[in-house]
Ligand binder design. Structure first.
Ligand SMILES: NC(=O)c1ccc[n+]([C@@H]2O[C@H](COP(=O)([O-])OP(=O)(O)OC[C@H]3O[C@@H](n4cnc5c(N)ncnc54)[C@H](OP(=O)(O)O)[C@@H]3O)[C@@H](O)[C@H]2O)c1
Length: 252
């Protein structure tokens, strides 16, 4: 008898029900869950269930949590290994977003590049959020890369709806602090990529602005999913999950 073993059930209502169909037509099916398969499909499954892109928020900070010096310069806080890793992540997502403030300060290209400087095979959509126009000579306009989408809004839900309509499943929010805060405030960040460099500035903007937290019990808590050393820097990958309270809350 024919048999199909599968590791993850499809959360997408449009595509779900395959096992039932096969069972009804004489093919035995068995769900054999596997951590590797769950991890492989995590972002996609979360996106399908939420009906919006899976959002990864990236920050590159000093040890004292700053993303730029007092004069606005931020290149480079982290070293080449961390930046190469960030380019690998870019090459794996569907879209990257920054606010107009980052374009004004850094004039980024927002491409996924290999260590030799060449463009990676997959280029994510480049998403600019904010009402200001992009200057004609901005490198986002003049340099090759993914399609540029300018969303002249401050409404995070609008951004996500526009990207979902383009079938964006994974979105990497690269900042700056204003955009990062808006996504956190909207409660739509699924994963944090915090690159931390052993650097101190003592002044300059922090990675995120006011989140309305005035007391420690209200802090936004995350779960560490992975931590690794990249040259002199450290990458912390953290995730949130609505059903998981932070250990300090469970112990209390
Ligand atoms: N180290 C890092 O990880 C990192 C990453 C990125 C940037 N940076 C640094 O961050 C600094 C720029 O910070 P930033 O906060 O100005 O950058 P930003 O968040 O990229 O841009 C802010 C602008 O985006 C628009 N915007 C989009 N959504 C918004 C919302 N929901 N609420 C309010 N405004 C919204 C507004 O401009 P409009 O008036 O056009 O609407 C706002 O002024 C630079 O110094 C840059 O070097 C650091």
């Amino acid at each position: 008898m024919a048999e199909v073993v599968y590791a993850v059930a499809d959360p997408n209502p449009v595509a779900a029900g395959g096992a039932d169909y096969l069972d009804a037509h004489g093919v035995r099916t068995e769900l054999r869950p596997s951590d590797a398969a769950t991890e492989l499909t995590h972002a996609w499954a979360t996106s399908a269930a939420a009906g919006r892109p899976y959002v990864i928020l990236k920050t590159a900070t000093t040890l004292d949590g700053r993303v730029a010096a007092a004069d606005g310069t931020s290149r480079w806080i982290t070293g080449p290994e961390a930046r190469a890793h960030a380019h690998e992540v870019r090459a794996a997502v569907d879209a990257i977003a920054v606010g107009t403030g980052t374009v004004a300060a850094d004039d980024p290209i927002l491409t996924a590049r290999r260590p030799d400087g060449g463009l990676a095979d997959h280029q994510p959509l480049r998403v600019l959020v904010g009402r200001r126009e992009v200057p004609d000579d901005a490198r986002l306009r003049t340099e090759d890369g993914g399609e540029l989408v300018h969303l002249a809004t401050h409404d995070v839900a609008e951004v996500l709806a526009a990207l979902a309509a383009r079938e964006v499943r994974t979105l990497l929010v690269e900042g700056g602090p204003t955009l990062a805060t808006a996504f956190l405030d909207a409660g739509v960040v699924d994963e944090l990529h915090a690159y931390v460099a052993p650097v101190l500035l003592g002044a300059g903007p922090g990675a995120v602005g006011d989140l309305g937290v005035t007391t420690i019990a209200d802090a936004l808590r995350w779960r560490t999913h992975d931590a690794r050393r990249l040259g002199e820097d450290v990458l912390l990958v953290a995730r949130t999950h609505p059903s998981l309270a932070h250990p300090s809350v469970q112990e209390a």
